[in-house]
Ligand binder design. Sequence first.
Ligand SMILES: Nc1nc2c(c(=O)[nH]1)N[C@H]1C(S)=C(S)[C@@H](COP(=O)(O)OP(=O)(O)OC[C@H]3O[C@@H](n4cnc5c(=O)[nH]c(N)nc54)[C@H](O)[C@@H]3O)O[C@H]1N2
Ligand SMILES: Nc1nc2c(c(=O)[nH]1)N[C@H]1C(S)=C(S)[C@@H](COP(=O)(O)OP(=O)(O)OC[C@H]3O[C@@H](n4cnc5c(=O)[nH]c(N)nc54)[C@H](O)[C@@H]3O)O[C@H]1N2
Ligand SMILES: [Mo]
Length: 763
Amino acid sequence: MAKSSIDAKSISIQQPKDWAAGVPAVVSAYKNVSAKVGPIKGTRLLSHLNQIEGFDCPGCAWPDPLGKRATFEFCENGAKAVADEATLKRVTSAFFKRHSVAQLKEKTDKWLNEQGRLTQPMVLDKEATHYQPISWSDAYKLIAKHLQALETPHQAAFYTSGRTSNEAAFLYQLWVRVLGTNNLPDCSNMCHESSGVGLTQTIGVGKGTVSLDDIEHTDALFIFGQNPGSNHPRMLTSLQAAKRQGATIVSINPLDETGLKRFKNPQEVEGVLGQGTALRDLHLPIKINGDMAFLKGLCRCLIERDSPQTPVLDHEFIATYCDGFEAFKQDILNSDWQQIEVQSGLSKSQIEQAADVACASKRIICCWAMGMTQHKDSVANIQLMTNFLMLQGNLGRQGAGVCPVRGHSNVQGDRTMGIWEKPTDALLDALQQEFNFVPPRDHGVDTVDSIHGMLKGTIRVFFALGGNFFRATPDHDKTAQALSKCELTVQVSTKLNRSHLLTGKQALILPTLGRTEIDTQATGVQTITVENSMGVVQTSHGKIPPASSSLKSEVAIIAELAHVVSPNVHINWLSLRVDYSRIRQHIAAVIPGFENFNHRIDTDGEFVLPNPVRDQRNFNTNTGKANFIVQTDTHRTLANDELLLMTIRSHDQFNTTVYTDDDRYRGVFGSREVIFMNQHDIRQMGLNSGDKVDIMSQVGKGTDREKRLFGFRIIEYQIPQGCAAAYYPETNNLVALEQVADKSNTPAYKSIVVTIEPSLQAQ
Ligand SMILES: Nc1nc2c(c(=O)[nH]1)N[C@H]1C(S)=C(S)[C@@H](COP(=O)(O)OP(=O)(O)OC[C@H]3O[C@@H](n4cnc5c(=O)[nH]c(N)nc54)[C@H](O)[C@@H]3O)O[C@H]1N2
Ligand SMILES: Nc1nc2c(c(=O)[nH]1)N[C@H]1C(S)=C(S)[C@@H](COP(=O)(O)OP(=O)(O)OC[C@H]3O[C@@H](n4cnc5c(=O)[nH]c(N)nc54)[C@H](O)[C@@H]3O)O[C@H]1N2
Ligand SMILES: [Mo]
């Protein structure tokens, strides 16, 4: 398929797979842990994964079954995340002596990650070429010096990635607010922020309303913009259970993702030897960003089919619990079918088929992930989807509801703990009362605005509790420039990544314990807690000795830093460090739903947080009801030579951590520098599958703002015309900082207008 060229030898393209998991997934899981951790230790480690007395998977936020756990309660990609953290390889100070920062910048993300676990604090001094060792206490003093030199605390920003425990997250936001700012950007700003904003306006809670049991006992699942086979593989087990109960699954996705086609459950004999379970009953190959149009069409079908003889809508629910229905109905009935078809890329009859499923189902759940949240219209997407459910009363009853499928294993918990640049007054009041200080009331910066702030010079110190800020954010050129203007950048990390190389004038790497490791403090071994995607709080206990004796836990780092930087408050930071149950006592006093926190986790190891929509159909919105919201159309028509590009994950990466260059289910092996395109678009542009092209994004076309990525190989793929896909994070530089979702400020990572042309690089 590919034209012959130098690196064409290393790339191999096969047909996308027809089923997910099965034996290959088990083999891949064990191969990964054996290679990185060793066969015996690796297998032992996996036996603790997601067990009540074990540790929570550091991968995605898909929940574990309440109470009962299988012997193997993990998936292939969870095993990869564990192996990657428990690797026996180490990055020592000798490593940093050998490699200058400039040399490290030349390496790939994969190579950087493969070097192993960070082992000791390192500093990059002004104008220095190499990182050098620094003691913990000198590192704290350096941070203190920089923070104290600021004119206001708002000149610092404190990022979090979603692997942080509840305890560390709570302590972190407390310290940042004691410092005097709400500048708490987090990965959620790039992820499910649109879900939070959209849901809060419509139903008054920014989280999902369903449990695992609901998923397994519903009549229909509408799965929007999600690739569970790679990103939430354990969800496939729940989808299988739902199918066995008779549920219908509709997948709304530009790609017919393998994981949604058929699942061979490796825990069942049938899954190993048999055909597996067919999952999606209907695949709707929607155009990228066509969901608003589709949802309007779907709602229109339901409204038009409703009559006193054959009721489709739940009028009682609408009358009792909802606001804004009449205006919504009028808007939907005014929609234009031709426009809906053009924008969604789906025919009216395809949309009617989805409506047939809805009409035949008493209980419906909508699941979604990044395909819905990373567009200009993302908040509208979420609200229309919720409104679609409201039409038939599918909120707050068994087997029905909204299910945003979260990314990082504790991204939801971090938010619950107060990691938010826009805190509620209720949270700040509770903090004030519990800790006797006056928290700042002004809202802080989110991820994108923190980059703008660095560029303007209003943010001068950047601190990251985990993650890979540089690589995960849009417009790498601008983000690099922004970070370089900071006086100090600090990364609390487990593994080496590109954010350690694109730094401020001075930089620190503070190595920390991962989820898999035993966390011992003065009072003994500590337990941490996390909250999964369905609002279940559960404990996690590390099982292996730390990667290095110099590592500190995230809690210890924050407590010790706070002790140095913010000693003059009524908080005994160091006493919180020695016993995390003391932090939980404060959480119990401050955060609703955490009453008797310690007692509840001591007895059951987990508990379910209250959810007013799920539990009581209580809608805490401006109207006190669930809101129907009219969405205005902002669709942009593409020019003939333009494509809409979505940046997606392969099967072998965890966000910016790239494990291999393969994407097994999509049949791509040996390269990530590829662009998936429709065959007609390839022909129309006079190109061939396998050609090397450059991808240009259209911000400031023909100006110095034009972005060009060199040498991506075309893969002909089943994707709607006018649409294309490429991998994140290699393509992030194409996304302008200004291209964000309305209201949520989430980068439009999945709506990038691009053109392509034969590569300027030698073929
Ligand atoms: N193994 C593994 N697990 C992970 C991660 C990982 O990188 N690796 N990342 C974690 C994180 S932080 C997150 S947020 C989640 C991400 O989980 P996903 O959201 O599943 O991840 P993406 O690869 O971004 O996939 C987006 C999906 O949306 C579809 N899509 C794109 N644009 C549109 C659109 O306009 N409309 C519709 N309907 N569909 C669209 C794409 O085809 C793709 O199937 O996974 C989490 N789990
Ligand atoms: N183009 C494009 N860009 C995207 C996306 C997209 O779909 N397309 N998705 C966005 C989304 S959904 C997200 S969530 C963000 C992800 O953005 P981030 O969360 O910032 O990125 P990660 O790649 O998950 O971070 C990986 C790093 O976290 C550190 N780490 C791992 N475990 C721990 C730990 O336990 N503690 C600490 N302190 N550090 C740890 C390691 O050093 C590792 O290198 O990216 C966003 N960017
Ligand atoms: Mo995410």
